[in-house]
Ligand binder design. Sequence first.
Ligand SMILES: Nc1ncnc2c1ncn2[C@@H]1O[C@H](COP(=O)(O)OP(=O)(O)OP(=O)(O)O)[C@@H](O)[C@H]1O
Ligand SMILES: [Mg+2]
Length: 261
Amino acid sequence: MLLMARKLRVVLGGNTIVHNVDFRANEGELIGILGPSGSGKTTLLKALSGVRPAKAGKVVYDGRDLYADFEELKLTIGFVPQDDVVPKALRVERVLGYTADLRLPHFGKEEKQGRVDGVIRSLGLANSRRQRVSRLSGGQRKRVSVGMELISRPRLIFADEPTSGLDPALERSLMQTFKDLAGEGRAVVVTTHIMSSLDLLDKVCVVDQGKLVYFGPVDQIKDFFEVDDFVHLYGRLNEVPIDKWQHKYAASGLRAKFLGG
Ligand SMILES: Nc1ncnc2c1ncn2[C@@H]1O[C@H](COP(=O)(O)OP(=O)(O)OP(=O)(O)O)[C@@H](O)[C@H]1O
Ligand SMILES: [Mg+2]
């Protein structure tokens, strides 16, 4: 297991935003965090990645305490924020080159160039490598934003709604890219609202009002929530009180199987 979180509780401005959430990620898995707007997805992602630690609970990454050893462990963790921070005036290859200078200070020039070329290839950015970021489409810019995080070859990647604002084809292809990145032996965790690409996910974590209502395989989600289509998931969440879902989840055996009880 690459990442294990136990009983995460996040308190912001005096309010508990994330309530005792457990989470696990293995190498090779693409995991989606789903939930209505304001349900705590971004907050949970920040707690899982160490970007903003939880107030209570524990995150174990690669067998070590993520919060205690964050300065060292963060070097192998990528975090793609919801609003990208890609400098617009630069060309794509310069952005990635500067990122390499920053993240890989001990690498030689050629090694860094190799990383930049590899990222450009794996994200399908070859045709836009000499373009300025300001002239890229939204989807291409998202790819550059992801690329900045791939330069250091993280084993664990978090991306906060990376596909928001993309058309369905670009959305699908970026999700497929994440799937491929996971397939290379990483764990990739994304928050998303988009139901059409759920089939690409290995596991899904559903939160509502900061509480975990489901964590497990995507192919059992329709059965669990008794819906015939993923699009009805949020509606179902509203129809049934959260504690009922939580009891159902615990009683289903899914918790024992996928979160260790
Ligand atoms: N810094 C903060 N201080 C106080 N409350 C906050 C803070 N950040 C977020 N919240 C609250 O926490 C709750 C969850 O926010 P969060 O951004 O995690 O939701 P989300 O699921 O990512 O929503 P969205 O789908 O809209 O991105 C919201 O009610 C929000 O108002
Ligand atoms: Mg969010």
